[in-house]
Design a protein around this ligand. Structure first.
Ligand code: SF4
Length: 205
């Protein structure tokens, strides 16, 4: 601390950036090596997250599916294409001011729901990602992301349409794109949620 006080603001900033880069590197090593829950046994690879590491927007989903497990990237396949189209409709692109991650980094077998113990073991990875990205807005997509980040068991329907907070960061709840593929009638609600998210970010620059 005393050593820090003698540094110019530029050097202090440089040190903070270096410390952050070091934490990213550590986290990117820790996740692929993680065996904290049983899901590590069935994974092809972990799915860390993708995008702009200094993004204003952080989108959080549930867990990798088969394609994500194969390719190592979240939200690929049909649900990913839907998400990309929805982002494009509000002028956003994957990787440009947007970061996408899941609550779980390994695929649950048969795409079953995450179990509470798995969520508890994996959430620290997501928490570290959020600390490092420092997003201005979080969009929780689906029940597991919303319930995990908000520490609630409330339904998506009851959580939508309000600004929640995660560690002080505005958080909007919406449907998971995979759910929207099966429930086309709710697409318009997800669209409303994204517009609400955009307006929320504009009001909290
Ligand atoms: Fe580790 Fe998460 Fe994979 Fe479980 S799901 S092994 S906690 S990275």
């Amino acid at each position: 601390m005393l050593a820090e006080m003698g540094l110019s603001p530029v050097w202090r900033l440089r040190r903070q950036v270096d410390a952050k880069e070091k934490r990213w590197i550590e986290l990117k090593k820790a996740v692929p090596a993680c065996t904290a829950c049983g899901l590590h046994k069935g994974r092809t690879q972990t799915v860390f997250g993708v995008g702009d590491e200094q993004a204003d927007w952080l989108l959080v989903g549930e867990a990798p599916g088969a394609e994500e497990d194969r390719l190592g990237e979240p939200f690929v396949g049909q649900a990913g294409r839907l998400l990309d189209n929805m982002l494009a409709a509000i002028g956003l692109r994957r990787g440009e001011n947007v970061y996408i991650a899941n609550v779980l980094k390994c695929r649950p077998p048969g795409n079953r729901n995450p179990e509470p113990g798995e969520v508890a073991k994996c959430t620290p990875h997501l928490v570290k990602q959020i600390e490092l990205i420092e997003p201005k807005l979080i969009v929780a997509m689906g029940r597991f992301a919303a319930q995990t980040l908000l520490g609630t068991d409330a339904t998506i329907a009851s959580l939508r349409g309000r600004v929640h907070r995660y560690a002080g960061v505005p958080l909007i709840v919406t449907y998971h794109p995979a759910y929207l593929l099966r429930n086309l009638a709710d697409k318009s609600k997800a669209w409303e949620d994204l517009l609400f998210a955009r307006n929320t970010l504009a009001a909290n620059p």
